[in-house]
Design a protein around this ligand. Sequence first.
Ligand code: AQP
Length: 334
Amino acid sequence: PTRIFSGIQPSGGLTLGNYLGALKRFVQKQDEGIETVYCLVDMHAITVWQDPAKLRQQTREAAAGFIAAGIDPARSILFNQSQVTAHVELAWIFNTVARMGWMSRMTQFKDKAGKNSENVSLGLFAYPALMAADILAYKATHVPVGEDQKQHIELTRDIALKFNNDYGVNFFPITEPVIEGAATRVMSLRDGTKKMSKSDPSDQSRINLTDDADTIGKKIRKAKTDAEPLPDHLDGLKDRPDARNLVNIYAALADMSADAVIAEYAGAQFGTFKPALADLAVAKLEPITSEMNRLMQDPAEIDRILGEGADRADAIARPVMDEVYDIVGMIRSR
Ligand code: AQP
């Protein structure tokens, strides 16, 4: 049976990248009637420093964002990771399964650690083992993610295979990444070769789900582009990453292919295309932002929803964990 798991870190406000690369597709999977488990991965977030009060706020805000974007807590399981302890329990087992060499090849670690890897947390290095645990605690078969997470899903598959092999069991599924849509990699509005990210120091580089219409319009009008008009074929965007990014964003927001966007705007100047994109972005994002703001008025209700989701998540993950302890040879006598 198909079961989807995915997560987002509450390490900042949600961006348009998170929305188009992940959240919007989470909603589609739920609406297709698939069993969906979605997690705000607060334990992942603290692999880099998080102010405690802000972390709590950002976790509630992300939950509000999920619900506002269409996640229905009655149909999807929505919770924050730290409330279901199977995640860290399984992560420890996976720390003993994963190899140092595998982890050292993770490009996200290399990017985030930069040149100063002596001074980053051990948790940042072990991050992909916790992510494998998030997924496999539910024996999830499919994980919708953005392009940047592909390598981590491959590692999850390697961990599942090695666990199954080492213990001579056929226990964990070999999970498939689901990377689809027109915007699997939304780029920075300031630099079309860099991923749009919550943690980019420049707020101008991203659109936040909390931005108002005015701010969205300004950011798009100021987005970096070249001076050429849009080409009449997609091939013409090959060496124009900034332009390509705006076309992809338009396509994903409008549920069109990039080809169809180019067909509609062939020869258009950015003076025409950018305002059209800004209008589209506002039309799609404004209802989400205002619903998010409304939900944020009642933090106790958000916490209640997360707690209830955690109970339902635990009901799946706990029996899996019990079996894992048994497979590994741990005495469980209480
Ligand atoms: N720019 C992006 N384009 C498409 N998808 C994206 N995702 C993130 N950025 C983009 C997808 O969003 C999901 C959640 O990501 P995450 O919060 O777990 O971590 P991340 O990938 O490290 O995202 P950020 O925004 O860049 O956070 P920081 O700055 O804290 O590292 C994933 O499915 C991801 O692919």
